[in-house]
Design a protein around this ligand. Structure first.
Ligand SMILES: C[S@@+](CC[C@H](N)C(=O)[O-])C[C@H]1O[C@@H](n2cnc3c(N)ncnc32)[C@H](O)[C@@H]1O
Length: 333
């Protein structure tokens, strides 16, 4: 068959870069693991020979690695072999807004997690936890490794930095007195809600003991540990942000039942998860869907699928379209 040209070639080229994505990801991982970006903390230009000496790597390899990222403006080459940081370097270096996200995404463990994705596709069972050495198919078992737990939690934290301004601008939390964030992780969402609404009496960040470990209660913000399959604290507003999409239908129904028991009459349950429109191709949502299937054996759900999940416990009060990541507000029936 002849080689393709024009638009078809561009598509083929793009697909080839996707196919080799794991290689480029390892390039990025090497930058992180060697701490290359941090060498640019000050504003001084740096020669690759000097950086290589400090971080302990082969100078010629490092030169190629730095050059690879030049078109993406991760560095700037001011003269042959001498580099400076750019505004993009600052985003990704330690202390930058995207550092934790990239540190987790490019970590060896994240790479390992996806190595056996074919097994998931073959069986329809989530094989991701097995790749991390978990004895059950519960991904959260992997949190017994504190470094991985911290990396994953910090990554979630970064997603929040991106999502929270839009949530706070689009949702009115003023009617509530006690807000429980179920699986709230770091507590960032509640901290910001409480900051915006002095009328809210209390926020409760509910999560696993290993995640809440070391967290200290703050004014109006409590950290409560437990298992959301058993019981959660009572409130007139319950939030679950990126929780249900981590669980299979049967588990999600069980969590919803616990939420229903804990939600005060007249209160609301807020579900922040993407709402899939089966007629629209959204590459990010599909990417997330495959990841959820591999890691958790779950999926991204449509409105109709959510309606089936909540049947007998809740009804949809409204969908807040302004929330980019998706938001459904439920009332008890
Ligand atoms: C994907 S993270 C979402 C964190 C946070 N809501 C956010 O949007 O950034 C899922 C959270 O659920 C917590 N979690 C998992 N299983 C749990 C359980 N059985 N009981 C309580 N929390 C749990 C995890 O520790 C984690 O913090």
């Amino acid at each position: 068959m002849d080689l393709v040209f024009g638009e078809e070639f561009q598509v083929a080229n793009y697909l080839m870069s996707i196919a080799g994505g794991h290689i480029v990801s390892r390039f990025f991982s090497s930058l992180y693991q060697l701490g290359i970006l941090e060498q640019f903390q000050d504003d001084q230009p740096k020669h690759y020979n000097d950086i290589a000496k400090i971080v302990g790597c082969d100078p010629e390899c490092l030169h190629s690695l730095l050059r690879f990222f030049l078109p993406y403006r991760l560095f700037n080459e001011v003269s042959l072999g001498t580099y400076t940081k750019t505004s993009t370097t600052k985003l990704f270096m330690k202390g930058g807004p995207l550092y934790s996200l990239m540190d987790c995404l490019t970590s060896d463990k994240h790479y390992m997690l996806h190595k056996n994705i074919l097994e998931t596709l073959r069986t329809g069972q989530n094989k991701g936890p097995e790749a991390l050495g978990c004895k059950t198919n519960n991904f959260y078992e992997s949190f017994s490794d504190p470094v991985w737990e911290k990396g994953f939690t910090s990554c979630m934290d970064t997603f929040n930095d991106i999502a929270l301004p839009n949530i706070l601008a689009s949702v009115d939390f003023s009617p509530y007195k006690t807000i429980v964030d179920v699986g709230g992780s770091h507590g960032k969402l509640l901290r910001q809600i409480l900051g915006k609404y002095p009328s809210i009496q209390k926020g409760i960040n509910f999560d696993l003991p290993e995640v809440n470990k070391g967290k200290v209660n703050e004014k109006r913000l409590e950290f409560v540990s437990g298992n959301f399959f058993e019981t959660i604290p009572r409130g007139d507003c319950i939030i679950m942000k990126t929780i249900l999409h981590n669980w299979k239908d049967e588990d999600a129904k069980a969590i919803l039942q616990v939420c229903s028991n804990a939600l005060e009459d007249g209160g609301h349950l807020y579900i922040f998860d993407s709402i899939v429109d089966p007629h629209i191709i959204n590459p990010h949502a599909i990417w997330l869907d495959i990841s959820m299937r591999h890691i958790f054996g779950s999926k991204e759900r449509s409105l109709e699928e959510m309606e089936t999940l909540i049947q007998g416990k809740f009804k949809i009060h409204k969908v807040i379209k302004e929330v980019n990541m998706g938001c459904m507000v439920l009332t008890k029936i």
